[in-house]
Design a protein around this ligand. Structure first.
Ligand code: 3PG
Length: 307
């Protein structure tokens, strides 16, 4: 009998876990749950005899993979897979997958909510400004970026977009202005929402040079990853541009400094909550469970992210 571990330091909603367990048990698999674990040792111990695992942002590094002699597939129930050691997965013949698109609406709604929150002085009773007629830059045009563009259009915003990997053609149905360079994107966007993955190319790529191109009243919204921000440049931007604001779903290392110095110009959620909705949990969790069943029963590797 195949054993599937659901290992989530930040657990799914109970309804999602029930649905996932139902799908896996229906296929004849045994489900093992490790939720809210507080040490890596617990994860290593739980890995011992599993054939498959489902995680969220949980770190699946070489040590974790070494602990699982039978592991054949790991599915990141979510979009970003920077928490998976893909090279080790490949070396060990383990298939790694994500569940693209399943939590994108939740993240997009949070990005828009954050933009409104900051434009209205964090709801602290100060006079704010409206979004209608303003321009939002969408950096990264995958499932989340495209959804942000759609909602922003509903608010009467103009949308400019850029994705280093996606061509103009794929953005055509979205009626957004696709710019040709990242400099152009930042220069035209009073509001800028980040939806790029973290990789060697994007790490620390949001730097002072780029941020300083943003027009007056600039607001940067980060529901992507903290690693894409060059924090020295971020602090310099706060120092040199009193109009600049930043809101993030992933606290930067310089969080305390920004809180102490910049008050209404900075906010970070206490814990990443972009995908923390019942709907996103169910969508991503169920997709992960179904992908594991499809992989074992039919060899389906549609959402494989390592080769
Ligand atoms: C993702 O990459 O899917 C999001 O960042 C959500 O991550 P989470 O599952 O840790 O909330």
């Amino acid at each position: 009998m195949k054993r599937v571990l659901i290992a989530t330091e930040k657990p799914f909603a109970p309804a999602a876990v029930n649905d996932m367990a139902g799908i896996l048990e229906q296929a004849g698999y045994q489900v093992q749950r490790l939720e809210k674990y507080t040490s890596k040792a617990e994860l290593l111990d739980a890995m011992k005899s599993v054939d498959a695992m489902i995680v969220r942002s949980d770190i699946v590094d070489q040590e974790v993979l070494d602990a699982a002699a039978n592991l054949k597939i790991v599915v990141r129930a979510g979009s970003g897979f920077d928490n998976l050691d893909l090279a080790t997965c490949t070396a060990k013949g383990i298939v790694a997958m994500n569940t693209p698109g399943q939590n994108s609406n939740a993240v997009a709604e949070l990005a828009i909510g954050m933009m409104i929150f900051m434009s209205r002085g964090q709801f602290k009773g100060v006079s704010g400004s409206e979004l209608k007629g303003k321009t939002i830059g969408v950096y990264g045009c995958g499932n989340i970026g495209r959804r942000v563009a759609r909602i922003a259009q509903g608010l009467g915003m103009k949308v400019v977009a850029l994705d280093p990997c996606i061509t103009k053609v794929s953005m055509e149905p979205y009626d957004v202005k696709v710019v040709q360079s990242v400099d152009e994107l930042f220069s035209q966007s009073q509001f800028l929402s980040l939806h790029i993955p973290v990789n060697e190319k994007t790490k620390k790529s949001i730097n002072f040079e780029l941020l300083s191109k943003m027009p007056k009243g600039a607001l940067l919204i980060n529901t992507a990853r903290k690693e894409v921000i060059d924090e020295e440049g971020l602090i310099r931007m706060f120092d040199e541009r009193p109009d600049f604001k930043y809101i993030s779903d992933i606290a930067p290392a310089c969080h305390e400094e920004l809180v102490a110095k910049y008050d209404l110009r900075y906010y970070s959620t206490p814990k990443k909550q972009g995908a923390e909705t019942a709907e996103a949990n169910v969508n991503a969790g169920v997709a992960a469970a179904e992908q594991i069943v499809a992989f074992f029963e039919t060899g389906d590797q549609t959402y494989r992210v390592n080769r």
